[in-house]
Design a protein around this ligand. Structure first.
Ligand code: MN
Length: 321
């Protein structure tokens, strides 16, 4: 079968020194998958390349499997380890420059340092942006302390991918429902809320060039755009103001990937809600099956133009590939 060329951008790896942080997510997925995933994550060779080739992925933009140093309490340690893993990723990218890109891993505990490290990763190491695993020490990216970071990201035109992670505390509504805590549901709530904090805080008014990527076809948000606009008008919002309607930021500052979502209905919804230039194919390797994602997107109800855009053209233009 001929394959549409693809770029995939939620594709994870592991560094041996980060397994302890990765293990903090073991409460979210079954022990059997956790063990298998670790081996695949550590491989940068035949196994990963074969998985990419099997579905026509020409380039995978790699990112450390979370939460990484965002779970580290000591700021100096977080800063040093983030730098170490970025140098490590850059070495792997250099071995296969046609096949691997990279998203920087950043110690958000130090916002100005994270801005500098993002710049180093983009300008010196050839990376395409950064991936941030949700909150850091209970702080979300709309906090004023991150203005220095967003300013630099916008200047660099570097997209920031918010990847799910757990909230700082386990809220009562998940009591007695461990299955809802993690990828089934709580990660969606957490990550969608994080994105909405950025929209409603006016981060994209202050930094109109900032670029945000969300996985999982936008964590349910494309379905909600009309209601976000309509209810914002009547919300108890104090003196908050926005230059644009909430939905407008989704069509200017936000892009989505199909990571971990192989379903026509949310794909069509996302394209129809946000436009055909903002949706990008991804797998979420090794947590999802490449062949399932590849077969799905080839057969999905898209026009030829839409399929080319989703599979590779949108990622090429957003990431400057
Ligand atoms: Mn992922």
């Amino acid at each position: 079968m001929s394959q549409t060329p693809k770029i995939a951008l939620e594709e994870h790896f592991m560094h041996p020194d980060f397994v302890q942080y990765f293990a903090t997510t073991s409460t979210n997925i079954s022990p059997a998958l956790f063990g298998k995933a670790k081996d695949a994550l550590l491989d940068f060779g035949d196994r990963r390349i074969e998985a990419m080739d099997s579905i026509g992925v020409e380039k995978a933009v790699l990112s450390l499997s979370g939460p990484g140093v965002q779970a580290e309490k000591r700021v100096d340690t977080a800063v040093q380890l983030a730098r170490k893993v970025n140098d490590f990723l850059a070495e792997e990218m250099a071995k296969k420059p046609d096949r691997y890109g990279g998203f920087a891993h950043l110690a958000m505990q130090d916002p100005a340092g994270a801005a500098d490290e993002l710049e180093r990763c983009v300008k010196d190491l050839g990376m395409q942006g950064a991936m941030i695993n949700g909150q850091t020490g209970g702080t979300y990216l709309d906090d004023d302390r991150y203005a220095v970071f967003w300013e630099r990201a916008a200047d660099l035109e570097a997209p920031i991918y918010i990847h799910p992670n757990n909230p700082p505390e386990r809220v009562h509504m998940y009591h007695d429902h461990p299955e809802l805590y993690g990828p089934v549901w709580s990660w969606t709530v957490e990550t969608a809320t994080h994105a909405l904090r950025l929209v409603f805080s006016g981060t994209f008014d202050r930094f109109p060039g900032a670029k945000l990527i969300l996985g999982h076809l936008g964590e349910n948000l494309p379905f909600m755009l009309w209601r976000l606009d309509s209810r914002w008008e009547i919300s108890n919002r104090g003196d908050m103001t926005l230059d644009l309607k909430p939905s407008d930021y989704f069509k200017r500052n936000i892009w989505l990937t199909t990571s971990g979502m192989c379903d026509d209905v949310p794909l069509r919804c996302s394209i129809d809600a946000m436009g055909q230039d903002r949706i990008m194919f991804s797998v979420d390797y090794p947590f999802e099956h490449p062949e399932e994602a590849g077969k799905w997107i080839e057969a999905a109800p898209l026009s030829d133009d839409e399929r080319q855009k989703v599979c590779h053209q949108n990622a090429r233009s957003l990431l400057g590939l």
